[in-house]
Structures are given as C-alpha cells and as structure tokens.
Design a protein around this ligand. Structure first.
Ligand code: PMP
Length: 394
C-alpha cells in the first residue's frame, strides 16, 4: 500500500498521530498556544525536569566546571568525561552492583541489551506487555525468544519447564511498573523462578526508578531484591527528570556490552551537560522522600475519588489507565477533556492491544487535589452523559 493510503487508513481507524508544539510545561501543567491546561500525560512524576529551583541550583553549583553541550563522538572513539565516570560509579555503588553503563536512552539500552547479551543457543522469556524497545530488541536478538502472558507466572513457569534444559542461558525480562497498565511485576516471584530454573533476570525500571523505594532506586529496592536482579535498566527521562538510561550489571557484562552492543558503540554519546544534570538530579532523588510521599498521597486520593464516583480503576499506582475500548470513543473523550482544559493521552493500538484503547492518566506530585477532582468529575460527566463518540465532541 502507498504511504499516503496508509496515512489515510490511520485516519479512518483513528490511529493517526500528530505532533503539537507547547509553550511550556511543568510535570502536571502545560501551556498550548497561550492557554493553560492541567496535564495528566507527563512522566515527570516528581516534577524534577521542570523544577526551576533545581535548575538554578544546578547552574550555580556547576558554574566553575566546563561541561560541553555536544560530545562530538561515541564514547569508544574519543573517550568520555570525568563526570560520566563519576555518574557510573555513583550509580553502581547506590545499587551495590559491580558496574553501571550510561547509555543514550532507554530505547538504546533495551534494543542493545536484547541483541547483544543473549547468545545463539540462549532463550529470552519476555512479558507480553513489555515496552516496544524490548520487543524491538527481541526482533534483533541472536537468541530465541518467547513471550509469556502478562504477569502470568504460571505460564512463565510452564515455558521454563518446557524449555529450560534445551537452552544454554535463559533470560527473563520484565518491566517493573508497566507503562500503559500501571500494574507492577511481582519481583519476588520472578526472583524465585529465576533461582529455581537457574536463569538471569532483567528488569526495566523506566517508570519506577526515582518514585519507588526508600532511596528512589525503583521497585526492586522497594521489594528488597536488588541483589537478585542481574540487570536493571533505568531510563532517566521520567521521574529522574533527565535523559539517557543507565544499566546496572556485572563488570563482565558491562565489558561485553562495550565491545558488542551496537546501540552503545555506534552512536554519539550524550553531552556531558546531560550527564552532569543526571548526576545532580540523582543526588536529589535519593533524598526526595517527601516528593515520593506527595506522589503516593495524590495517587491514593485519585483512586479513592475514582471509586467514589464509580470510575473503574484497575491500577494502584500513579499510572492510571481508564479502558475505553474503541479508538474513536477514546479519542472523543480525550478531546472533550481537552475542551475543558485537561490534557489526557488517548492510547491506542499498536501501543496497546487492539480493542483496549484507553485514557492513560499519569499523576504527578505537582497535581493538586482540586485538579484531580476536576479530571475525575469531567471523565464521569462525559462517560455518563454521552456514550456515542459522534455526540461527545460538540
Ligand atoms: N522502557 C520503558 C518501559 C519505557 O516506558 C520507555 C519510554 N517510554 C523506554 C524503555 C524507553 O526509554 P527512553 O524514552 O529513554 O528511550
């Protein structure tokens, strides 16, 4: 099919996507074309990325240092800055792991890991709802892969029983907090299975690092299982308020990635200024217990209010999907909320399975209770008053 026909088909099936320019945002609020909106679309769960006070403190603290705004080569080509060494050492020791590898993004990290670490003769078992970057990595992998039903560890165990003896190494891969469903993997069960079947466990903490655990290390910290996880991938563009991703792992696996991981080798490194900013936010995050409590408080408030107003909530975290089902209805509801000054993402196939289009609300520590009331009231209002998408948007 011609590209133009495909684009038309996207429009007909309400899968079409377009970009929009914003004036400013602060992890819970955005301004578009001079108009203010409450936003439930940001992954800046703790409001770090847009915190002016932190930005000023960063610039003041780092005034005497020279951090370039471009890195000019891949890390292997010309080397990396001392701030990069400091970041990797600081993070490895925070996790009590041998090593940390700082990479350009979570996407780079996941496609690189999946395609580099597991070898021919190995097997990767991946949760069916794992992020696209893991799925794309699986497609590039030298190892065979199979997907187990989402959070269905009986299914995972059946696969392990069936396949374990036929493969050299077996890697189990799961997100910690699933980005589109807001549910969490059961770290303890995964560790138990990994130990029972002598496998390796890779956990992607994209949406949980910073916001879970006493020191913000993520869900594995909250579950007391960091030492049992072989690889933790932590994309830094969400609660950490930065960019890039770090991977904590053994020294040997780091060395292997440096030598073979194409998404690490063949890309220009992130500029030192970004590395310095992450190191700065990382130190703040460790001590950000009050922001985490605020986020938890907002989440509990949202869940309680949603229940009271008869809105189905299936998640217990700050990622709250409200399943609508049909693409058109979901878009219409998002558009109706938009008219009321509220931005909520309408998540559709292929990001989520067909027929499960949803509003995805991400709650942040910056939201006020009043704003949470407003979005829930509006969702309730539109869900109750109009069921047909054509009449929802006036
Ligand atoms: N893993 C998960 C679970 C994600 O949600 C994302 C980003 N949405 C990524 C990896 C990719 O991270 P990045 O944005 O740093 O490429």
């Amino acid at each position: 099919m011609e590209l133009s026909q495909q684009l038309s088909a996207f429009k007909e099936t309400h899968q079409y996507r377009s970009l929009k320019e914003i004036d400013r945002k602060d992890g819970g609020h955005v301004q578009y074309q001079g108009k203010d909106f409450i936003s439930f679309t940001s992954n800046d769960y703790l409001g770090i990325a847009s915190n002016k006070g932190l930005q000023e403190a960063f610039l003041k603290e780092n005034q005497s240092d020279f951090f370039s705004f471009g890195s000019a080569s891949s890390r292997l080509l010309e080397g990396h800055s001392s701030i990069c060494t400091k970041l990797e050492n600081t993070i490895a020791s925070a996790y009590g792991k041998q090593a940390c590898l700082w990479m350009n993004s979570g996407y780079h990290a996941n496609i690189g890991l999946m395609s580099s670490l597991p070898q021919k003769g190995d097997l990767i078992l991946s949760d069916k709802l794992n992020h696209a970057s893991i799925v794309d990595g699986l497609k590039l992998a030298k190892a065979q892969f199979e997907r187990f039903r989402h959070l269905d560890y009986d299914h995972l165990e059946r696969l392990l029983k069936k396949h374990r003896d036929n493969f050299n190494k077996v890697f189990i891969v799961s997100e910690a907090l699933f980005s589109m469903d807001g549910d969490c993997c059961d770290v303890k069960k995964l560790v138990a299975l990994k130990q029972k079947y002598n496998c390796h466990l890779i956990i992607d903490e994209a949406h949980s690092v910073g916001a879970f655990g006493e020191n913000g290390l993520g869900l594995c910290e909250a579950e007391g299982k960091i030492e049992n996880i072989d690889v933790i991938v932590a994309p830094c563009g969400k609660a950490l308020g930065a960019v890039g991703a770090f991977v904590v792992l053994s020294a040997e696996w780091k060395e292997y990635l440096i030598n073979t991981c194409r998404s690490f080798i063949y890309t220009t490194a992130l500029p030192p200024i970004n590395t310095a900013w992450l190191l700065f936010t990382w130190k703040k995050i460790q001590k950000a217990g009050s922001l985490r409590s605020q986020l938890e408080d907002n989440t509990n408030y949202f869940i309680q209010k949603a229940k009271e107003s008869g809105i189905d909530t299936v998640s217990t975290t700050y990622i709250q999907p409200i399943i609508i089902g049909d693409n058109k209805d979901c878009l219409a509801l998002a558009e109706a909320l938009n008219q009321e000054g509220i931005i909520v993402s309408a998540i559709r196939y292929p990001t989520v399975p067909k027929g499960t289009a949803r509003l995805r609300l991400s709650i942040t520590s910056n939201h006020t209770k009043k704003e949470i009331d407003k979005v829930l009231d509006m969702i309730n209002h539109y869900k109750k008053s109009e069921t047909h998408a054509d009449t929802l948007v006036k």
